[in-house]
Design a binder for this molecule. Structure first.
Ligand SMILES: *Cc1c(COP(=O)(O)O)cnc(C)c1O
Length: 466
């Protein structure tokens, strides 16, 4: 399988190349040249497979010649063997129509483990084929950082530098990063906001002095391999609910549009998806874009669902590219306009294409709180505030009664205990596997919020590319 950039001018790469590159050199995102498609019979034959085997089957067409099927299956078996639930992503029924797909049984309690556990193994596999080293630089508002660190801690040929805004991540989130003491892990608390940290990371990808010395890699969802791994659980859930003979709707708590884009990919591959419901919190750029065509950046309002406090959704570009006839030149112009004015209008083709599969909803603080309460009082389930945005959207979406609606449960409630306790009176406890988090030693450096300080720290600790 070949990967092309959404902005048309970067070279096409194979799966290995796209995984190691992260962002394309023209600023675009890599997408497969075409969507692989399964027949109805092929999908039916996947029913009942163990998760690791289903994962290898669904991902094989994307991986192409970069791994043998046997090796891919070994990697998925290893990645998903670390999950605390044998089903990896168990599906729970809430009422006649509503279901939740629990994606938080990985080591760091959010859905990001599902893709990052595999991505860590893919990095190691591909780097072992040559004498290259990879320097991962990322910024996190909480969940990506811990999941990425867990996935690459102690791995050969990879260093990871993870920036978080000092004092602005929760204690659980910080400790999940800083208590990993492996020598290839560098936690950096910077003075400033998440947006400041993110801007420094983007600047480093374009800093030729740094990219000349270090192979800088990405672990956020601009990396195609992450989205690919997330396609699998849409298949897992739909197969359990009767696919390919019955269509299923999904409601997805959305920030960077990575998770819900994986649902779009599943639909392109032949999975019968009735609807994809994009759930946002009050940071609702995607809800506005999908309901009115206006994609314009507002200011970020902090909410109880911080991993969705985002005003620019990187992966939306992948959808707009696909719906706009895959014209890289036109996409580059549309994105240049957005970057200049912080606003753009979707074209008619993009709007109509999106309306065929997507709908959207916005949950405010009251909607989140009342949904957490409903899940507890009516169904006996504690859900986290991100999942609550999704479940709110699912319950108000007006999906016809015969179609099951699956909300993706993106974080364990114990990651956000205060919000859950406020709505239910019950404080969710951390699962035993992370139970001593508050007794462990922390390792972290504090740096001023300047690019120079961060670049100098990375340059003096990272391993040069070859
Ligand atoms: C990252 C995250 C999201 C948003 O996912 P995207 O792929 O960025 O849309 C939602 N919920 C939780 C708990 C997350 O960590």
């Amino acid at each position: 399988m070949e990967y092309i950039s959404t902005r048309g001018s970067a070279p096409a790469l194979d799966f290995e190349g796209a995984t190691l590159a992260g962002l394309a050199s023209d600023g675009g995102l890599y997408v497969p040249r075409e969507w692989p498609r399964f027949s109805s019979e092929e999908i039916a034959a996947m029913a009942g497979l163990p998760y690791a085997e289903l994962a290898a089957k669904v991902m094989a067409p994307f991986v192409g010649d970069s791994l043998t099927y046997e090796r891919l299956l070994e990697l998925t078996t290893q990645a998903y063997g670390r999950f605390a639930h044998k089903a990896v992503t168990p599906l729970k029924q809430l009422d006649e129509q509503q279901w939740v797909l629990e994606l938080f049984h990985g080591p760091t309690l959010a859905f990001k483990d599902v893709a990052l556990q595999l991505l860590g193994l893919l990095f190691e596999e591909f780097l072992s084929r040559s004498d290259r080293n990879l320097t991962i630089v990322g910024a996190t508002s909480g969940d990506t950082g811990s999941a990425a660190i867990d996935a690459v801690a102690g791995r050969e040929k990879v260093d990871i530098f993870m920036l978080h805004p000092h004092g602005r991540v929760s204690d659980v989130q910080r400790r999940q990063m800083t208590t990993v003491l492996a020598p290839n892990v560098y936690n950096i608390a910077i003075e400033g906001s998440f947006d400041d940290a993110q801007a420094m990371v983007k600047r480093m990808f374009n800093d030729t002095d740094m990219t000349g010395r270090f192979a800088i890699g990405a672990v956020n969802s601009i990396n195609w391999a992450r989205l690919m791994a997330q396609v699998v659980y849409y298949f897992a859930a739909a197969l359990q609910l009767g696919a390919p003979h019955r269509a299923v709707a999904f409601s997805v708590p959305t920030g960077n549009f990575g998770d819900v884009f994986a649902g779009y990919v599943a639909a392109q591959m032949g999975l019968p998806v009735a609807k994809l419901i994009v759930a946002t919190n009050v940071n609702d750029i995607l809800h506005r874009a999908l309901s009115t065509g206006d994609y314009s950046q507002g200011t970020v309002t902090p909410t109880a669902a911080p991993s969705m406090d985002i005003q620019v959704s990187s992966n939306f570009e992948r959808l707009l590219f696909d719906l706009g006839g895959r014209n890289g030149q036109a996409m580059a112009e549309q994105m240049a306009g957005f970057e200049a004015s912080k606003a753009m209008q979707l074209t008619n083709a993009q709007r109509e294409g999106a309306a065929a599969l997507f709908q959207s909803a916005r949950a405010d603080a009251d909607d989140m709180a009342s949904t957490i309460r409903w899940a507890w009082e009516s169904c006996g389930e504690l859900i986290d505030p991100h999942t609550a945005c999704g479940l709110f959207a699912a319950r108000t979406a007006g999906i016809e009664a015969m179609t099951p609606v699956v909300t993706l449960a993106t974080a364990h409630p114990a990651k956000f205990p205060e919000a859950v306790e406020r709505s239910t009176g019950h404080r969710p406890g951390l699962p035993a596997r992370v139970g001593d988090l508050f007794d462990r030693e922390e390792k972290c450096v504090g740096l001023p919020g300047t690019y120079e300080a961060v670049a100098e720290f990375v340059a003096s600790h990272a391993t040069p590319k070859a």
